[in-house]
Design a binder for this molecule. Structure first.
Ligand code: SF4
Length: 414
């Protein structure tokens, strides 16, 4: 169970003495004292910190909708780091709770009972940790390489999302604060690859690194500068390119000057499916409408046509979506756009969890008549559309793209 206490206004900490002095955490500029703390002595010695984070700007309406952070579970080293301090300063009213490991927050991980609080946990809780394992894995589909992510988890709540299956269902954002180490690792990996020897479907000339495998970098950018730091790093690596899929339009990213070295993949699906499945995400039409602005700001803009959910009427709705792309996207976006198509995979455990909070989604996602078991690369047992169903559906989608959006290069479909 989550702690029974709720955060009141003003910084309140738990077990903070073992972390570091309170005065180091909350800049005086973080806001007026709350009614609750006004008149009380400031805990801990007042001191000047060279790495003091600036006063937090007022959150955008999008940020306020997604994140109302009330409690931050932090490993001590993560909270004490410059990035950790930036985050704590951005959410000055959140209660800080020390944890030994970001993987072991008892009421957050491995507890499907949190299903009743599914969205509230995502809105009100952050976890800060130090990423111990820095490994870049080969991929070959969405990207050449999967980078060690700077976060894990998401404030959005797509009903088909695979991240909570791995993480234990209650799945708020964990931010890894050692972004410098992550970027240093990536710099070494990029240097080690040299120039890409030949084109492939990921990119004709750059090694593509997926930097957002287990979350959404656009949402992470509401919390701290990890996404901005990654984008800046990649713009200085001429042989590499960052890439991340997103379902959230964060216009703050438009000012980061990626100089063509970051690929944003806007995930889209028919709005009829999205309204049922993409919980808390930006509307599909908004994602598509943002594509031109992101291209103009220096991003490469691709699309993820995913997940494709087979249901009565799916072909007509995907045809309509592709016609919408054709109608509204500027010619410059079409000239460089490519897409990946991924048919839905699902999972029995996630199905059971979803029945507890969003059973109507399962009418779309759980189709034993069309699905078969599949052992995934990481050993999980998932379900996917049956052989004999999936192949023809992929072929049909290829035909729809050829008919309605012939300018859209299909990077791969499976
Ligand atoms: S946006 Fe991505 S990471 Fe976030 S819940 Fe949806 S599928 Fe999962």
């Amino acid at each position: 169970m989550p702690p029974s206490h709720r955060a009141g206004p003003g910084p309140r900490l738990s077990r903070q003495e073992s972390l570091f002095p309170l005065g180091d955490l909350y800049p005086e500029t973080a806001g007026d004292p709350s009614p609750e703390t006004a008149g009380e002595p400031t805990p801990g010695p007042a001191r000047t910190r060279p790495d003091r984070a600036p006063a937090p700007a007022a959150p955008s309406p999008e940020a306020a909708r997604l994140l109302d952070v009330r409690e931050i579970h932090a490993e001590p080293a993560a909270a004490a780091s410059p990035r950790g301090r930036q985050i704590l300063a951005r959410f000055p009213h959140a209660r800080l709770i020390e944890v030994d490991s970001h993987w072991r927050v008892p009421h957050l991980h491995g507890n499907e009972g949190n299903v009743e609080r599914w969205v509230r946990v995502k809105t009100e809780t952050l976890v800060l940790g130090v990423r111990k394992t820095l490994t870049t894995r080969p991929n070959g589909r969405s990207a050449d390489w999967i980078a060690p992510g700077a976060s894990n988890g998401c404030a959005m709540a797509c009903a088909y999302c695979y991240v909570p299956r791995r993480k234990g269902y209650a799945n708020p954002i964990t931010v890894f604060t050692n972004i410098d180490a992550i970027i240093a690792h990536l710099g070494r990996h990029v240097a080690g690859q040299g120039v890409k020897p030949e084109p492939n479907q990921c990119d004709p000339s750059a090694w593509v690194y997926d930097v957002g495998e287990n979350g959404d970098c656009s949402v992470d950018a509401l919390i701290c500068d990890n996404t901005a730091d990654l984008i800046r790093a990649f713009r200085s690596w001429p042989t590499a390119k960052a890439s991340f899929a997103t379902k959230f339009v964060n216009r703050d990213l438009l000012g980061l000057d990626p100089r063509g070295r970051t690929r944003v993949r806007f995930s889209v699906m028919p709005p009829r499916d999205s309204r049922m499945l993409d919980i808390r995400c930006s509307p599909v039409a908004e994602r598509i409408a943002a594509a031109g602005d992101f291209l103009e700001a220096g991003y490469e803009v691709h699309f993820n046509l995913s997940p494709v959910v087979l249901r009565p009427g799916w072909e007509a709705d995907w045809g309509e979506l592709l016609r919408h792309l054709d109608d509204v996207l500027p010619p410059a976006v079409k000239a460089q756009a490519a897409a990946e198509v991924i048919l839905l995979t699902h999972n029995r455990e996630l199905h059971e969890v979803n029945l507890g909070w969003h059973p109507r989604a399962e009418d779309l996602l759980w189709r034993p008549d069309l699905q078969q078991a599949k052992r995934s690369q990481n050993g999980d047992t998932n379900v996917r559309y049956r052989t004999g169903v999936k192949g023809p559906a992929v072929q049909r989608l290829r035909e729809l793209i050829a008919a309605h959006a012939p300018w859209l290069t299909l990077r791969y479909a499976f």
